[in-house]
Write a new protein. Structure first.
Length: 113
């Protein structure tokens, strides 16, 4: 009886990833805004500001780089395939580490020895 019943606030909606086709559900806990696919890290250009869903572009946003901020927090840089807009998004706790590392290593691996 002591467990408090809290309503889950839907800050994000369930969406189908435009790249890998998986269904992405809102994160548990409700603190983070899910704005990219945790499997392949692709995002959709739907926000003018994070979470507002007011942008009509809806282009697929490709993860192009990892940006490590001064406090050690990792962000993903996404670029919209349709309009070229680039935005930094915080990574989520359940993002695929393999995919994150693949993005982080991409520039290093672009040259043959
Ligand atoms: Zn995906
Ligand atoms: Zn766009």
């Amino acid at each position: 009886m002591s467990r408090q019943q809290t309503h889950v606030r839907r800050t994000t909606e369930t969406f189908v990833c435009g790249n890998c086709g998986r269904t992405v559900t809102p994160p548990d806990g409700g603190t983070a805004i899910r704005n990219h696919c945790p499997h392949c890290l692709y995002s959709l250009h739907v926000d003018l500001r994070p979470g507002d869903r007011r942008c009509g572009c809806r282009g697929l946003m490709t993860p192009i780089a990892i940006w490590v901020q001064s406090d050690g927090e990792w962000s993903l840089l996404h670029r919209c395939e349709r309009c070229g807009f680039i935005r930094a998004n915080r990574i989520a706790g359940d993002d695929s580490e393999t995919s994150l590392l693949a993005v982080a290593e991409r520039p290093v691996c672009s040259r043959d020895r």
